[in-house]
Every structure is written in C-alpha cells, then in structure tokens.
Design a binder for this molecule. Sequence first.
Ligand code: ATP
Ligand code: MG
Length: 420
Amino acid sequence: MEHVQSLRGMVDLLPQHLALWQRVEAVARAQFERAAVVEIRTPLLEATQLFARGIGEATDVVGKEMYTFLDRSDRSCTLRPEGTASVVRAAIQHGLLSQGPQRLWYSGPMFRYERPQAGRQRQFHQIGLEFLGAASPRSDVEAIALAWDLLEELGVQGLTLELNSLGSADDRAVYRQRLVAFLEARRDQLDSDSQDRLARNPLRILDSKHPDTQALLVEAPTLFDALAPESRVRFEQVKAGLAALNIPFRLNPRLVRGLDYYSHTAFELTSTQLGAQATVCGGGRYDGLVEQLGGAATPAVGWALGMERLVLLLAQANPVVAPAPDCYVVSRGAAAELEALALARDLRRLGLRVDLDGSGAAFGKQFKRADRSGAAWAAVLGDEEIEQGVLRLKPLRDPGLQELSFNLHDRAAVAALVQP
Ligand code: ATP
Ligand code: MG
C-alpha cells in the first residue's frame, strides 16, 4: 500500500530539529518576560473576513495565499496567514484596549499557499510582538530593539536592519499618484505581476523581485520625498532613537512591507546568508488597523519573525543537541522489569532525567542502547539484584569511575550520585 505523505509545504519537525527550536522559544520567552511583554494565544482558524478587512484584498496574502474553506455550516473560514489581525481582533473583542496600552507577544504556526522552497513553506511559524496603544516614535525604537536584541542574544551574525518610513495615509496617497504616473509612462517595461499591481496595489511594485522592474525603479520617485514635514520629524526621531541604542540601520526607500495597514516606520531584518528568502523579521507601525477592524482608533507597532529562517541561520552557526539522560535503566526478568519502572519513576520525581529501556532484550543489547543514549550512568536490575536487594550503577562515560552498588530502596543515594 502506498504511504500517505505530508502535504506539500507542510513540514515535520523531528526530535533532532527541536532542540534548536526550543532554545529559540525559551530565549524569546525570557526576553519578553524581562521586557514586561505578555503572551497571547489566538485560534488558528478565523473568519475569512478578518483577514480580508485587516490585511487587504489587494495583497498577495489575501489575494493568492490564504487557505480558505467553508465549514459545515457554510461559514467562510481561513487558517491564519499571520498573527497581527487575530491579536487585534482579540484585543477589541475582550476590551483589552480600554485597559491601557497592551504589550503582547505570540508564537505559532501560520499558513500561506506559496511555492515551497528553502525558508518558504505553507505552514510556517512566527514569533511576533504587538504594542497596541503606543504612539510615540520611542515605541517603534523599543519594538525594533527587542527584535534586534533577541537575534543578537541567539547569536545570529551579519544581520542588517533596513528602515523606511511609509508616512501617513495622506503622504502615501500623494506618493501613490507620483509613482503611478511614473510607472504608467513605462508600463510596457514592467513585468506582468507589476502591471497587475499598478491599478490594485502600486506600492507593492517597489519590492518586486523582477530584475527589469528593479532597474526601472532606480529612477522612480521615492516615498521619502512625499513625506509631510511632521512625518519627516517623526522619522528623524526614530532614527535618533536607534542611534542612541547603537543599533545600526540602512535606509531603504523601497521597503514597503506587503500588508496594507502599515504607516510610518517600516523595517526588516535581513541576512545575506538566506538567499532569496533574506528577511528574517519584518514589522512596523500599523496605526490604521484597529479602527479598520472596528475598534477605537489606536496607534500600534509590531513585528513578526520567521522561525524557519531564523533556525536556518542558527543551524549553520551553532548546532544545539538535546541533553542526554542522567541515567539509563536496563532490566531483565519479570520482577526486575517492574522494579525498573518504579525506580525510573522515583528518580524522575527527584528531578533526574531517566531513560527506561522497556525492550526486555538481552542485557548486551540494552547496554548498547544505554551507551548510545549519552547517559553518564546505567542503572542495572536483573534477577540477581532483586534477590539481593541491590542496584548496580555502571559508569558509561568516565573510565575513571568504578561500578557501585546501592541499597535498592535508597533512591535518594542513587539520585545524589547520578545528579549531573
Ligand atoms: P516574504 O517577502 O519573504 O514573502 P512577507 O513580507 O510575506 O515575506 P511577513 O508577512 O512580513 O512576510 O512575515 C514576517 C516573516 O515571516 C517574514 O519575514 C519571514 O521570515 C516569515 N515568513 C513569511 N512567509 C513565510 C513562509 N511562507 N515560510 C516561512 N517563513 C515565512
Ligand atoms: Mg510573502
């Protein structure tokens, strides 16, 4: 019979991958705790409308990438393609915004129907931060610094912070006209995707990956020139804040982010080691979103980082291995096997990592597996040990150590020896 395989773009994370994932998650959680940012968890499945309204119909995410289906009651449901819209929905729904500014983080799987390649999957994972009710340029700087410091603490090398300002909605309307006029005059030189975008979402043309379009854009008017004086001042304050924290950045006037609700600060953290999927973390200010989703107008800033891309970067530099057990229990014979179960349980209750061989195989085979487990000690139980009421502890890693015998019932003494 043919084996059922996972769906295209849906990736299994096997035990050998997860040590690194768990390190990233632990470092992120600890950093958020130190910064008084609290966790929020929202459902993977939402009403399609949430994303249509919150991300924008003209974006690739909503237009081409969502997993959308009707449930059994004919409601249109979508597997979340990103976290921000859901977090904002939850904040509105539960009245969090009337309790003052919210400093939230989330992590978990997201779904986009894209062409899978290295660093691009259909189910992927993000860690994200959202500051809701934060208006000042300092909050943009703090948000960026939290992303920067997280990646630095994890040991990611060679990151670039790319920064732009998208200005206010008015600034963008001015710019949109200028850009469309420029591109309309050169329409025949645009790739077909960009021609489509010209009417629907012209700003997105700025981050086209098509080389001819890129070349054309070198001459295009820039967003920066369209910023009103207040928007410029705000941008200068963000830059000054980053400089004060010694966070280097590179201005990128073409950085626009794919989602429609962004305004003012937009940023990405990129690495040259990731090939075409260079962006590890992207974010910015989204002052329009809360209102767009039916809440009171609320300024906000946030980011999302892609776990798969981050893990690709980290795996190149410092592989993390799962910790070995402190003790591996081998046993043979009915009474010994039962006693082994109890011993493993007691030692675990005392805080030790204990692997229990449940095979009932010959001692030789069990010892081979004990060696492979990386444990420092094997606890040995056979008919003879049960008869004499002893437990033998055999050192596996340190040739300088001797085999020892313990009173089988003195679990504390065993634990004290085996403790790493
Ligand atoms: P890209 O231009 O690479 O498609 P994006 O602008 O669509 O990125 P965002 O929506 O800003 O990405 O998501 C934030 C981060 O999530 C990205 O920088 C990336 O690290 C990660 N990410 C986005 N889509 C995927 C995917 N399909 N597979 C893996 N990671 C992804
Ligand atoms: Mg994308």
